[in-house]
Design a protein around this ligand. Structure first.
Ligand code: SAM
Length: 346
């Protein structure tokens, strides 16, 4: 095993440069094996063989932002836009609850129609109907006051990937109107407000270097999020990155293991993007140290419209209605689908 990996396993607090050196070991099979084994050992200590599930409700694909990699960015005039009504969102929750989900993730573009008042009203309705469920939001950047209002209304968790912790790289992926500083501030606000907060990034996004990834890991170490969402970048044909190659599944798996060692108690999903690039991606993600899966609970009629990247999967085990199939799949691999909220251990 490479010396830097040994150092990392003894004490995961490295510098960004050292994390970059660690990531350069991703092609050394002995190092990969050792880190994977350690990641699984740690995951098993805190979460055993329990796999947490979240019902993902993609409730709007309207977005005011223009992130260059994203299929639902404002500038994509060919995107067929939709937004769910409060009643439709509640119907998703009802369906999800009956299927066994105890966490609902409301994800969407940054859609001005969902004002603070409307959002808080929806959150309150879900909270009142499902007091035993966790509510996760993933609706981008809002003010501290908005986040406070949503928290008071009953939201428990918030996913906001930082996308990249390298300023220059951030500038290559986003228009000038967006900034890494604001993104980071939002994450700190969310933590301050008592959310279980989730950061994260795409693996292999255009222009990403090993040094960028080193900074991502250093930022995660500093932020200490409860959740980390990472998945491979996948091109979307209506973006400037249409011809760019997709990120590597192997590197994503390696980084999942590294993140598990970095933050042993973290909630770490095996993401849809991973499952899109590799049929076995979800199970391979769990075998690398992940402990969460997020099947799709959005109405069937809208699923194809939440088109972040090409060929995004949303059926079978990736679909909430495929929960029984998913349960079988994870049981075969030695895990068990948990039937509770699945909070991060303290
Ligand atoms: N608007 C919210 C936000 O910005 O956090 C949530 C929705 S956003 C579409 C969810 C995530 O999708 C982003 O954080 C990004 O990492 C991921 N994503 C977007 N385009 C992608 C692509 N082409 N390949 C892989 N992931 C992508």
């Amino acid at each position: 095993m490479k010396a830097i990996a040994e150092k990392f396993m003894n004490d995961p607090a490295l510098t960004a440069e050292e994390y970059a050196e660690l990531i350069r070991c991703a092609d050394d099979s002995e190092t990969v094996q050792a880190l994977t084994k350690e990641a699984v050992r740690l995951r098993n200590i805190y979460y055993g063989n329990q796999v947490y599930t979240r019902g993902l409700i993609e409730f709007t694909n309207y977005c005011r932002n223009d992130c260059y990699y994203c299929g639902i960015r404002r500038g994509n005039l060919h995107a067929r836009r939709y937004r769910l009504s409060k009643e439709e969102i509640l119907q998703c929750c009802e369906d999800g609850y009956a299927l066994g989900f105890r966490t609902f993730v409301l994800q969407g573009g940054e859609d001005g129609w969902f004002t603070d008042k409307r959002m808080a009203d929806i959150i309150r309705a879900i909270r009142a109907t499902y007091p035993d469920c966790a509510i996760t939001l993933s609706i981008g950047e809002r003010s501290y006051e908005s986040y406070r209002l949503f928290r008071e209304a009953g939201a428990d968790r918030y996913l906001l990937r930082h996308e990249t912790a390298d300023e220059e790289h951030y500038g290559k992926l986003h228009p000038q109107s967006m900034s890494l500083a604001v993104r980071k501030m939002c994450l700190y606000d969310l933590k301050l407000l008592g959310y279980q907060a989730g950061a994260g990034f795409m693996v292999g996004s255009p222009g990403q270097t090993v040094e960028c990834l080193g900074k991502d890991l250093a930022f995660l170490k500093e932020l200490q999020p409860h959740m980390v969402g990472i998945g491979p970048f996948i091109p979307h044909h209506e973006t400037r990155f249409a011809k760019e190659p997709a990120g590597s599944v192997e590197l994503t798996l390696f980084l999942l293991s590294v993140i598990r060692i970095l933050l042993p108690k973290v909630l770490l999903p095996a993401t849809t993007a991973l499952g899109t690039l590799d049929q076995e991606g979800r199970i391979r993600g769990l075998a690398a140290g992940a402990n969460v899966v997020m099947p799709n609970l959005s109405p069937l009629k809208n699923r194809k419209q939440y088109d972040l990247y090409d060929n995004k999967i949303s059926m079978d085990e990736e679909a909430a209605e495929g929960r029984a199939k998913l349960a079988e799949q994870v049981e075969r691999a030695g895990y068990h689908l948990a039937d509770d909220r699945g909070d991060a251990v303290q």
